[in-house]
Design a protein around this ligand. Structure first.
Ligand SMILES: Cc1cc2nc3c(=O)[nH]c(=O)nc-3n(C[C@H](O)[C@H](O)[C@H](O)COP(=O)(O)OP(=O)(O)OC[C@H]3O[C@@H](n4cnc5c(N)ncnc54)[C@H](O)[C@@H]3O)c2cc1C
Length: 392
């Protein structure tokens, strides 16, 4: 069984939240997924990376400039377009490809755009948008993940430079990126929220090494690395935004990041449900298709109802975010709900595929592995629920 057999079933998108330009984008991404991702995804999973020419192709089609101004080569769209992009990449069934692109567009390069000086933007944004410069964001450390304030990497001032020492863990695009947004404490004795600064660091900077490529349960074609900074000298001109304001920049961008992860999760869940309905209609047991068993089709129907509800919440929240509303509570709900729901969907979809669901040759096996991290990365469910509870 190959991914080519996966039906492309359209879901109900809301004309309330989307304009024709969003639907055009959706069609364009969906075409790219069918012709450029699905036929090659398995090979990239084996290679542990998405080839750079594929990322350049995405850049050429405008996918990396969705949120950036036309003057920089982008198309100046809003959160709704980002959600469309993430959802369609999630539907590809190759979430490792999705996360490779989405970390670049919505989790790393956004720091350059949001906080960069004119000089930094002029230097980096055209390459970021074209896909010639791939970005990574390095916040997590061996001793600090959910608790960002616990980071230990330091940046000590030395004249016009800073000297970084420390390590970063689980960094997506960490092996193959060109440009890294690295968080470090510039005042290790100060209050954590006032002492984190983000630095732009290029691959090849002396003292900065990719210490190892990490092997993982899912997202296998997305490269993930541990990074090491050993007396790494970086000019003060490479600071992104104001010194000591990095913690707030990270927290601010978490909102966009979590919305994107929610949209991606609902794309994954929808693809799994579509695939499983098709499977159950074909697969015979006890003299009839599995779909004839009420227990099975009702379970899938309830999952479809929940996925639809979560997806509509993603759309509504993207719409509200595009109007400038505060959606921290909703985004945290989406991350918690979507991250758990996609795993529930995968569990049942594997179950109804029977033995085939456990075979590496079936897409649902890969998809269930890929989904596991959705309740952990970018804000674990429990951490998200605390954000919701605080606002209740
Ligand atoms: C594949 C992958 C890619 C990643 N990419 C990046 C990247 O590009 N850049 C980057 O900076 N980071 C990245 N991360 C890191 C990711 O965001 C963290 O793994 C995540 O924030 C959780 O941190 P942790 O792993 O240190 O878990 P911990 O913080 O040690 O938490 C472990 C578990 O404890 C529970 N927990 C934590 N806090 C609470 C609480 N307050 N209440 C109750 N339970 C709690 C949760 O279940 C959590 O999963 C990536 C991680 C993975 C796995």
């Amino acid at each position: 069984m190959t991914s080519h057999m996966i039906p492309s079933v359209s879901s109900s998108h809301s004309p309330v939240f989307f304009a024709p330009e969003h639907e055009m984008l959706r069609d364009q991404v969906r075409r790219f997924v069918e012709t450029e991702i699905k036929p090659h995804g398995e090979a990239w999973e084996r290679d542990g990376m998405v080839p750079r020419d594929v990322l350049r192709h995405m850049g050429k089609l405008g996918f990396f400039g969705i949120r950036y101004p036309e003057a920089m080569g982008g198309s100046d769209m809003d959160e709704r377009a980002t959600v469309v992009f993430a959802e369609e990449l999630g539907r590809s069934t190759f979430s490792g490809v999705a996360i490779t692109a989405l970390v670049h567009t919505d989790m790393a390069s956004v720091h350059v755009w949001n906080a960069g000086t004119d000089a930094q933007k002029t230097k980096w944004m055209p390459g970021i948008i074209s896909g010639d410069v791939i970005t990574a964001v390095a916040v997590t450390e061996p001793g600090a993940g959910s608790d960002v304030k616990g980071m230990r990497t330091t940046a000590r001032r030395d004249g016009d430079d800073f000297i970084l020492n420390g390590a970063k863990l689980y960094i997506t695009n960490g092996v193959h990126a060109d440009l890294y947004c690295v968080a470090a404490k510039t005042d290790p004795d100060g209050r954590a929220s006032q002492s984190v600064t983000i630095f732009l660091i290029e691959k090849g900077t002396p003292g900065f090494t990719v210490s190892r490529a990490l092997n993982k349960h899912g997202w296998r074609c997305s490269d993930t690395a541990e990074l090491s900074f050993d007396d790494c000298r970086v000019p003060a001109a490479n600071i992104l935004g104001d010194e000591g304001r990095g913690f707030y920049a990270i927290m601010q961008n978490f909102q966009n990041e979590r919305l994107v992860l929610g949209a991606m999760a609902m794309g994954e869940a929808q693809a799994a449900l579509d695939m499983t309905v098709t499977w159950c209609r074909d697969r015979q047991a006890f003299g009839a298709p599995l779909w004839d068993k009420q227990a099975i089709r009702q379970r899938l129907a309830m999952l479809q109802a929940r996925v639809e509800a979560c997806r509509q919440m993603v759309y509504a929240t993207a719409h509200r975010a595009s109007l400038g509303e505060d959606v921290v509570k909703e985004v945290s709900m989406i991350k918690a709900l979507g991250g758990e729901l996609v795993n529930e969907v995968m569990y049942d979809c594997v179950q109804f595929h029977g033995g085939m669901g456990f075979m590496s040759e079936s897409p649902i096996e890969r998809m269930s592995r890929d989904a596991r991290v959705q309740s952990i990365g970018g804000g674990a469910t429990e951490v998200m629920l605390e954000e919701v509870a605080k606002r209740m």
